[in-house]
Ligand binder design. Sequence first.
Ligand code: NDP
Length: 330
Amino acid sequence: NKSIVFVSRPVGLPSMDNFEFREAPVQAPAEGQVVVRSIYLSVDPYMRGRMSDAKSYVEPYRLNEVISGGIVGEIVESKSDQFKPGDKVIGMLGWQLYNVVDAKLVRKVDESIAPLSAYLSVLGLTGLTAYFGLLDIGQPKAGETVVVSGAAGAVGMLVGQIAKIKGARAVGIAGTDEKCAYLVNELGFDAAVNYKTADLDKALAEACPDGVDVYFDNVGGPVSDAVMNLLNDYARIPVCGAISSYNATDADVGPRVQAKIIKTRSLMKGFVLGDYASRQQEGLVELGKWLSEGKLKYEETIIEGFDHVIDAFLKLFEGANLGKMLVKVG
Ligand code: NDP
């Protein structure tokens, strides 16, 4: 077996030195356990938070333990009557080629409904995050303007498309001209702004002539400061992520938004997907329906090879991905 062990906490951007590849024989499963061969590993920005020991909504990764995350794999050996070899499953498993775990830690996924990778993207935590954050907190109405940052990423590209499904105007903010063109030409966004090259205030004002009613925030920092200037009265701001500050070593200091929030009587609300655990099925049914109707498209950037997992994770912070970043193993 091959595993990726977390050996030191990063300061700033993580590096290869924070991880170690280790090899050992695969253990024999005990009664009630299964052996899962990894097929797709999900790498996610939230994992950076778990590499710090600051208190958060998920436990920090422990030093000298295997990193864990969403994995889709195949049962290769089973000591449980729930699974047989060949079954495809998903679970929060270790970054390793094989996981030997209690059968209750994985659940079956059906390849005939969607490709295996989709269970880690549009039909997984990513899709549900976009769905609940936008619809429960953002509550877009027909004709309103929805702005989403990190728009060409896994969550962001779904947010814009769901906004369109609800009849709103979708404006994306992303880091390259290619990503912006993709959002408009392939996904039907009404406008997209490259935050790395544009005069952000000017470009956003042009893209949002009627102001901003919903701002789905994936990134925080200067991008979000610029959007806040355009808020309409009673705007809603689901705060999903703040990737611009995940590697920061200094406090994230910026313009204060309180006065703007008061003046516009806006609602700004942080959320984590766990808040919606009891409603997951509702989200999956709706996302599946839009997919089958062709109303929702998704994209994945798939890096090949277990040896490239850390690389793939680090590339999230460079914006190397279009849609969900995944690693295919074997
Ligand atoms: P993405 O697929 O969006 O990947 C990250 C993207 O962030 C990159 O592609 C890059 O795109 C952009 N980015 C990187 N650095 C910066 C920066 N300094 N400023 C602005 N943009 C940057 O990841 P996800 O869709 O998985 O996650 C999006 C956000 O949602 C993250 O912040 C994540 O932590 C959060 N999240 C929150 C959840 C919750 O329950 N609250 C659940 C899932 C995700 P670009 O080329 O545009 O720069």
